[in-house]
Write a protein that binds this ligand. Structure first.
Ligand code: ADP
Ligand code: GLC
Length: 469
């Protein structure tokens, strides 16, 4: 099968979070199964672009609203990533350093989708599946079926994977002229709640819809940021497929980002060495359990609860643990997490910003990883943590519920709690501190979590089943 993934992120080309990890891994594993998976991405001005060799494969043009744009498609020459990578350049819109966060993101990603659809419409052959990821690419099924210039693509099968239904790409109806000459009778396929809603449109128009864990799919029927009824109505075409771990990137025995590599057999010594380096770097105490948080500092991740939960935990447990935070996001949370350094010196530290290498070092050196997420469609952090022998402390939601079982249950290995509240977090931290005192139990759990199977092989096959159906 020939599968074209279209996405806003793909590691290591451009990554803001887990979407990048998934799109950087899944096509590789689909190719290993004997299929031909390719990735199409906007040509942002990231480091990857300047460090690799590309060739131009297509040039075209399109209109959007009152403007005309030219676009260029380039291809990475060496199959460096294990799949063909195509980047789409649109001068003035996509030629920026960051992926998101600009005032004209709607224009940027609508233009990207038009350019990609226009390019595919010029191919002499048809791919078997066009696989879209999140709202930034979710208008493509509508365009392939209902825009007059592209209607000859209507028979191509489309799959939409929802990595996060919180973000839907809402557009005012005044922007409906951005979408190329479309059949106005079909307006209902674009609208949700008086807006153009690209995610809702993708759910309606794609042949199949997947979410990144089965647990998240069942939650969406009663909590989907306004799309609950749509998920209920379209449930027949939806399925949940858990993300996997890219073993080439996330493997403590060959990870070049960490100073001391280790496997299951020498995990205790390996983690101790990495922890020592981390504690030296961040002025923490190696004898205490090291509890970390890595991620976007936003409401979904319950990052706003971290300052109070950390202060209360240190105060109520007489500083019997250390905390380390790596993240960026909400400026007020960033500010609080920076300010706390002075108050809890020696017990707490934080690095505000995005740092891929440091994230690997933290997964390797930490004892526990905290994820109190309010919403977590899958969550990769807890899987990476476990792969590196770090015990997850998670809220029972979405993919966290599907991947972590409390150590109090039979064969359990993590610490789970129900509410995104300061009290639930501090109580769970207390449980972690008590568990840490039982070193033999910690060693057993460490071995168990490092051996859990979160391989992509399994999930990549499930996507092929969806395509085949
Ligand atoms: P989400 O995609 O919702 O942010 P995931 O758990 O699926 O959550 O994936 C997050 C990914 O982003 C992981 O690879 C994690 O290590 C990485 N990450 C998040 N924040 C940072 C950061 N500040 N520095 C480095 N890596 C980060
Ligand atoms: C989204 C979700 C996260 C998921 C990731 C990859 O960013 O928030 O839970 O792991 O996508 O699918």
């Amino acid at each position: 099968m020939e599968i074209i993934h279209i996405s806003a992120e793909c590691y290591p080309v451009a990554k803001a979070g887990g979407l990048g990890d998934v799109v950087g891994a899944l096509p590789k594993y689909q190719n290993a199964l004997g299929h031909v998976a390719k990735v199409v991405l906007p040509m942002y001005r990231t480091k990857f672009l300047y460090e690799n060799q590309f060739e131009v494969v297509h040039k075209g043009g399109f209109g959007m609203g009152n403007y005309g744009y030219e676009y260029t498609v380039i291809r990475e020459k060496t199959n460096l990533l294990g799949f063909d990578l195509y980047l789409v350049d649109i001068y003035g819109l996509l030629d920026r350093e960051k992926i998101y966060g600009y005032d004209d993101d709607i224009e940027r990603f609508t233009a990207f989708q038009i350019a990609v659809t226009d390019w595919i419409s010029k191919w002499k052959h048809r791919p078997d599946v066009v696989h879209l990821h999140d709202h930034q690419t979710a208008l493509i099924p509508f365009m392939m079926q209902n825009c007059f210039p592209f209607m000859h693509l209507a028979t191509i099968h489309t799959v939409l994977t929802i990595h996060n239904a919180q973000y839907q790409g809402w557009m005012d109806w005044s922007k409906s002229n951005y979408i190329p000459d479309w059949d106005k009778w079909k307006w209902g396929l674009l609208e949700w709640n008086k807006m153009i809603n690209p995610l809702a449109s993708g759910i309606r128009c794609a042949a199949k819809v997947t979410t990144v864990s089965p647990g998240y799919l069942s939650e969406l029927k009663y909590d989907a940021n306004g799309l609950e009824n749509l998920f209920e109505y379209e449930k027949g075409k939806c399925s949940g497929i858990l993300n996997g771990i890219d073993d080439e990137v996330w493997n403590p025995s060959k990870d070049e980002f960490i100073q001391e590599q280790y496997g299951v057999e020498d995990a205790n010594e390996g983690k101790a060495k990495n922890k020592k380096l981390l504690c030296e770097q961040f002025d923490l105490d190696i004898t205490k359990p090291l509890i970390v948080f890595i991620g976007r500092l936003v409401g979904e991740k319950a990052a706003d609860l971290l300052p109070a939960a950390i202060s209360d935990s240190i105060n109520h447990n007489e500083g019997s643990m250390n905390f380390l935070i790596l993240g960026s996001g909400d400026p007020s949370v960033e500010y609080q997490l920076e300010q706390m350094r002075g108050a809890f010196m020696g017990y707490y530290n934080s690095q505000i910003g995005y740092n891929e290498k440091l994230s690997h070092q933290i997964y390797a050196g930490a004892d526990f990883l905290l994820m109190p997420s309010r919403v977590e469609p899958c969550g990769l952090n807890q899987m990476y943590a476990m792969r590196y022998g770090t015990i997850p402390i998670v809220r029972n939601t979405g993919g966290l519920k599907d991947t972590v079982k409390d150590f109090g249950e039979e064969n359990g290995y993590g610490i789970c709690f129900n509410n995104a509240s300061v009290w639930d977090i501090t109580y769970s931290v207390h449980r972690a501190v008590e568990l840490f005192k039982k070193s033999i139990r910690v060693e057993e759990i460490r071995k168990q979590i490092m051996e859990l199977d979160f391989s992509w092989e399994n999930s990549a096959g499930k996507y092929i089943e969806v395509y085949s159906s």
